[in-house]
Design a protein around this ligand. Structure first.
Ligand code: AMP
Ligand code: MG
Length: 282
């Protein structure tokens, strides 16, 4: 029996969260990567099928928010889990430091513009939550400003949900040690050296401040309509399994149905036979 990832990793609304008490190395009932292989594979196949139905139905949108510390596995999750999606109706958007134009607007301006439309799935690599994470940790705006953003984020997400958008928010939870291991791997792997930035190490010094900022996010913005999931992410295969399960299960709940045809299929079929007869002879 495997844990129900959707129930197990969801943060209940208004609950005090202590990240130190959630083990980033947790692998649930699995002991090795091979145990999860089939289940992950099946979930990815289900996601691909459900995405097609979501697209065909054109009624619901799905927004997935990925947040994590540096080297936390956001890119890897996009590649390994969301790589199963067809680019026809899915896209990923990475949020960087605001451009001058973005900074001249309200913090939600750049976010609302890239939310998914009906039939679409959007994956946010970082998000509006940076405005209460990096911004809070480094006092980029006064507390008076950032402290009001939690309520504004909840109101914004409520607006999206009213518009038939389902929202899933994942915090990929890695340990401090695992982050250092991943930085070391990047240093040694020429293919990944480009990912290293000076700020990785300077930000690491603020680890505890980030954990507190994440705890505030989880407490204040995990709602029934837009829940946060804290995913143990030291083991990449377990992270992929958990995220894939939750996405598949959520899409099953949306239960998109391919639309009924807008034309009379029997009439079209009769026309088709007529054309076939005239072009190929009876
Ligand atoms: P990366 O995801 O490694 O490409 O880095 C993107 C950088 O942009 C990270 O250091 C983020 O903290 C930063 N960033 C994203 N959104 C914001 C924001 N709203 N304000 C300040 N920095 C941000
Ligand atoms: Mg980075």
């Amino acid at each position: 029996m495997h844990v129900n990832a959707r129930k197990h990793f969801a943060i209940p609304p208004d609950e005090r969260v202590r990240l130190a008490e959630i083990d980033p190395g947790d692998t649930g009932s699995f002991t090795a990567e091979a145990d999860a292989h089939q289940a992950t594979h099946d979930a990815l196949a289900a996601i691909a099928d459900l995405q097609y139905r979501l697209y065909a139905e054109h009624r619901h949108a799905l927004l997935i928010v990925l947040q994590a510390m540096d080297a936390g596995g956001k890119d890897g999750t996009i590649r390994h889990v969301f790589g199963a999606l067809s680019p026809l109706s899915a896209y990923a958007h990475a949020f960087k430091e605001p451009t001058p134009e973005e900074a001249a607007h309200d913090f939600l301006w750049r976010v609302h513009k890239v939310t998914p439309g009906h039939g679409e799935i959007a994956i946010f690599n970082r998000s509006h939550y940076e405005d209460v994470l990096v911004v809070r940790v480094h006092d980029l705006v006064p507390e008076k400003v950032w402290s009001k953003r939690y309520a504004r984020i909840n109101a914004f997400e409520k607006t999206l949900v009213r518009g038939n958008t389902t929202i899933l928010k994942f915090f990929l939870h890695i340990s401090r040690d695992e982050q250092l291991r991943r930085f070391a791997q990047r240093l040694d792997d020429p293919a990944h050296q480009w990912k290293i930035s000076e700020s990785d190490y300077t930000e690491r010094a603020y680890w505890d401040d980030y954990m507190r900022a994440y705890e505030a996010v989880l407490e204040k913005t995990s709602t029934a309509r837009a829940p946060w999931y804290v995913i143990p992410a030291d083991r990449k295969w377990f992270r992929n399994w958990a995220v894939a399960q939750i996405v598949a299960e959520t899409l099953r709940t949306i239960d998109p149905k391919t639309r009924a045809p807008s034309v009379d299929i029997e009439e079209i079929r009769a026309k088709y036979h007529e054309v076939e007869r005239s072009e190929h002879g009876a």
